[in-house]
Design a protein around this ligand. Structure first.
Ligand code: SF4
Length: 473
């Protein structure tokens, strides 16, 4: 039975983390096939809000065509004497959680990147209007965050309307991010943690510092502080920094303790400013991924909206799968766009000096924060589409990583035993935070594994089997 009698499907935390596959979906909103989509929360004056009002601009669920993707925007307007515009980011992020409480309704990502799906099953049960979703949101927001006294919800599915509001939403996000810039990690004694994404990645904890925005790019340190004070029992919590153990890598005793506790001892150390060793965990709603490219000893970056394969031949979805799930994967790092504007961005790895490739769209967005002498040295898809092209570009533009190649070449030459002339591998061919192997009926898990090999042979299982059967004949 439903938690709310007048809602045709069940509502509750047990539905968080529910995935709706394409075959099971009735319709979807936003996502990779739709450019313009947004979710926005605004604090208003009480007289501007009609409490409980739900408005649908464009076709409602029952008027939609099964299997289609639709433009989508959601605007939550709230009022209350204690509500400040500073809380908009916190309220907005709860849209993710509360939508996911609805049986057969999935919400992924954030802000301009949202992706929602309604299941066929829930549609058939009667969830055929945004009125129901609006009612659920109104009740959950008001009961979970009692400082909201009045709230109205508007759903936009009219393509032209979504388009016209999309740019305004982007401007609002940018202004919010800019407000949060300026404060340094060294100037505070508390960071904030967020465990909202544990429904999808149970060992993931975001550590939000003034100079390391959350992975989803939706929660700044100021948002974290506001969230922890208005809802101390909620998913955002205070982390006492404790002792600074490594200033370069960004290791703090208080962060280690908090993450250990919240990840149920699965993650015991976190280095905040590096993609190697003990990198910050990645859930699944990061805006982009920094991925190590061993051939050039630099980081590539790819964002969720990038449709082509990136320079290493892998699509965003494949790189994201190697990164996500609340793990610490050496050389793979879920990040927000705003973190790329921070002086702490991959600080221990060389920062922008170590970034070799990123999509043009992201480069444009963060251009003003890339040191001027490096801007033209970092390649985009227009400069390099493969690792070989990238190598040539970096060499031609004298990117700082090229210096490392020379140092490495000398180190390799020194390491090669003169008598045998054998090649000594300098890079691990496989690195993984956890690498499960199955052998002789046992499952062996190698933690923080680095595997070096003289030669790697890749054969498809199909051709192996074909070879075997041919051999038997
Ligand atoms: S990505 Fe991090 S900050 Fe954003 S909602 Fe998930 S856990 Fe919270």
């Amino acid at each position: 039975m439903s938690m709310f009698k007048d809602i045709p499907v069940d509502v509750g935390v047990i539905y968080e983390g529910e995935r709706i596959r394409r075959n099971d979906m009735y319709v979807e909103f936003g996502g990779p096939d739709i450019k313009e989509k947004f979710e926005l929360a605004r604090v208003k004056k009480p007289e501007e809000i009609e409490d409980g009002k739900i408005t649908i601009v464009g076709p409602d669920l029952k008027d939609m065509q099964e299997g289609k993707s639709y433009s989508f925007g959601i605007l939550i307007e709230v009022a209350g004497p204690q509500l400040e515009p500073e809380l908009e980011g916190v309220i907005e992020r709860r849209i993710h959680a509360y939508c996911n409480f609805i049986e057969g309704f999935m919400h992924l990502n954030q802000r301009y990147d949202i992706w929602m799906r309604l299941s066929k099953k829930s549609f058939q049960k009667g969830l055929n209007s945004f009125e129901y979703i609006g009612k659920v949101l109104h009740r959950l927001f008001k009961s979970e965050l009692p400082i909201i006294e009045k709230m109205q919800v508007t759903f936009f599915t009219d393509q032209e309307k979504v388009k016209s509001l999309y740019d305004e939403a982007l401007r609002i996000y940018d202004a919010r991010d800019a407000r949060a810039r300026g404060l340094k990690d060294e100037e505070v004694d508390k960071f904030y943690g967020c465990a909202l994404c544990q429904s999808f990645a149970p060992t993931h904890v975001c550590v939000i510092t003034p100079q390391r925005y959350s992975n989803c790019g939706a929660i700044s340190w100021f948002d974290g502080r506001a969230a922890a004070s208005i809802d101390p029992k909620g998913p955002v919590f205070t982390i006492e920094k404790g002792e600074m153990l490594d200033a370069e890598k960004g290791e703090f005793s208080g962060v280690n303790e908090a993450v250990k506790k919240k990840s149920l001892s699965e993650i015991t150390r976190v280095w905040l400013y590096t993609g190697f060793g003990y990198p910050h965990t990645s859930c699944g709603c990061f805006e982009g991924v920094a991925f190590y490219i061993p051939e050039v000893d630099g980081f590539g970056i790819v964002h969720r909206g990038y449709k082509e394969v990136s320079v290493n031949g892998l699509a965003f979805s494949t790189i994201a799968d190697s990164t996500a799930g609340g793990r610490q994967v050496d050389g793979f790092h879920g990040i927000s766009i705003e973190y790329m504007r921070s002086p702490k961005f991959l600080q221990a790895d060389g920062g922008w000096k170590r970034v070799v490739w990123l999509p043009k769209e992201v480069k444009e967005r963060v251009k003003d924060f890339i040191p001027a002498e490096l801007v033209d040295k970092v390649a985009t898809e227009e400069d390099a589409k493969t690792v070989d092209e990238l190598k040539a570009f970096l060499k031609e533009h004298n990117h700082p990583v090229v210096e490392h190649w020379k140092e490495e070449a000398i180190a390799v030459a020194e390491a090669v035993p003169a008598e045998t002339g054998e090649e000594v591998p300098t890079m691990p061919v496989v690195t993984a935070a956890t690498l499960p192997l199955t052998a002789g009926g046992f499952k062996i898990i190698l933690k923080d594994a680095k595997i070096y090999a003289k030669k790697v042979i890749i054969r498809s299982e199909k051709s192996e089997k074909k070879g075997e059967s041919v051999g038997k004949k």
